[in-house]
Design a protein around this ligand. Structure first.
Ligand SMILES: *[C@@H]1O[C@H](CO)[C@@H](O)[C@H](O)[C@H]1NC(C)=O
Ligand SMILES: *[C@@H]1O[C@H](CO)[C@@H](O)[C@H](O)[C@H]1NC(C)=O
Ligand SMILES: *[C@@H]1O[C@H](CO)[C@@H](O)[C@H](O)[C@H]1NC(C)=O
Length: 388
């Protein structure tokens, strides 16, 4: 017992150090003999030698060929910034070509140089006509519209509201969707659309360089307290050089009072497609909490399915800003009169330089490439050294 506890004597320490040194030398010798072994093998087997030399060359040539094929594929006009001829001479040959957002599709616009991105009115996400909330067996609230409206594609779009003070919440929510008045300046149509609440059922996109709702000539829904026939129309319009075809359709926006947030939550969830039941979608839910004329605090419940947060793709920009602006605007108008408003004029993307799709295989493969070429050809031998 006593001897074990004593610190190691000088002799023991020196002994251990010596063994370590011997072991190190042995290792070096093995490494050297390994090297001579390789050279011996190389002398013996010149065919293998040539193979070893040409393997990296072949791999490199293959990579270059593959990369060029992929790059020439990506360089096709389909993926390049869209262009058009803006000036032709008498013989019909093009004198001046112009490229830019206005000639591009959603795929092409990624590559354009855009020093001054176009601006778009902020939209809200409106459920498609066939999935808007109606009375169903699982949701027997009697203020929901009759299911027959789905056949005529005329279902109103509903917003659920709740709060501490029912009278106040309903009064404010009454102004959520301002009426479109013909006196609005319709020379700039996009500007007129940003003064009211307008929505779309297209999937939102990752950038706002082009707003899919406008560039796809899909329907644009004008949310109104009451629909009049002249509001639904098709307009061809150029917004700062970008030709647009606006298919405008009026949709009645209705507010439905619910007792509490949990009732709203449950109702939103029950109509969810993934739940397997009947699809019943709402625009959003507003919880006015304890909002009074002295203080505004609101929870907005919205559908975030479209943001695509799967870690495998870009995250889409959900159409939420207008939902927030609509309610703050309604509140301000309610407590201060119709002349007061806070406008969300437009949303737009940051400017960007022109880019092109490029594919760099070797940098993509970097570590793997090195492993293949260097390490598999010149194996690193692992040695163990046991100190007896
Ligand atoms: C048009 O074509 C004619 C004959 O092909 C040629 O002589 C003339 O220079 C052309 N005009 C222009 C503006 O290129
Ligand atoms: C309507 O909009 C156009 C273009 O933005 C502007 O030039 C014009 O002054 C506006 N008219 C009114 C009455 O606001
Ligand atoms: C949310 O949006 C997705 C995509 O449109 C839809 O499938 C789903 O039913 C919606 N959920 C609710 C609760 O509205």
């Amino acid at each position: 017992m006593d001897t074990l506890r004593r610190p190691a004597s000088f002799l023991t320490q020196a002994n251990a150090l010596l063994r370590k040194n011997i072991c190190l030398q042995a290792r070096l010798q093995i490494a050297v003999s390994d090297y001579t072994f390789i050279t011996a093998m190389q002398k013996r087997n010149w065919k293998t030698n040539i193979g070893i030399t040409f393997f990296p060359v072949i791999i490199c040539v293959l990579l270059i060929v593959l990369q060029n094929i992929i790059n020439s594929e990506l360089d096709k006009p389909k993926y390049r910034c869209g262009c058009a001829c803006v000036e032709t001479d008498i013989n019909g040959t093009c004198k001046r070509r112009e490229c830019g957002v206005q000639y591009s599709t959603l795929e092409q616009v990624w590559n354009c140089a855009i020093p001054s991105p176009p601006r778009w009115p902020a939209l809200i996400q409106v459920p498609q006509p066939e999935s808007r909330a109606v009375k169903t067996v699982s949701q027997p609230f009697d203020d929901l519209p009759e299911p027959s409206c789905r056949d005529s594609w005329s279902c109103p779009a509903s917003v659920l509201i709740t709060g501490k003070d029912r009278y106040f919440a309903e009064s404010v929510a009454g102004g959520l969707f301002p009426a479109f008045s013909p006196s609005l300046n319709v020379t700039d149509y996009l500007d007129a659309l940003s003064r009211i609440v307008v929505g779309s059922d297209t999937a939102p996109w990752y950038t706002q360089l082009l707003e899919p709702a406008f560039s796809s000539s899909d329907t644009i829904y004008l949310l109104q307290p009451q629909c009049v026939p002249y509001l639904s129309q098709t307009i061809s319009y150029r917004a700062r050089g970008i030709p647009l075809q606006l298919n405008i359709q009026c949709v009645e926006g209705v507010m439905l009072w619910r007792e509490s947030t949990s009732v709203i939550n449950e109702e939103l969830l029950k109509g969810y497609k993934q739940k397997g039941g009947k699809i019943n979608e709402f625009i959003a839910g507003y919880d006015f909490l304890s909002t009074t004329e002295f203080g505004l605090g609101i929870n907005v419940l919205y559908n975030s399915t479209y943001n695509d947060k799967t870690a495998y793709s870009f995250i889409a920009a959900l159409r939420v800003p207008r939902l927030v602006n609509a309610v703050s605007n309604a509140y301000l108008k309610y407590i201060r009169g119709p002349g007061v408003e806070m406008r969300l004029e437009y949303v737009k993307e940051m400017p960007k330089v022109g880019t092109s799709y490029r594919f760099d295989l070797s940098s993509l493969l970097s570590a793997l490439f090195f492993t293949w070429i260097v390490e598999l050809l010149f194996p690193v031998s692992m040695m163990r050294c046991n100190i007896p």
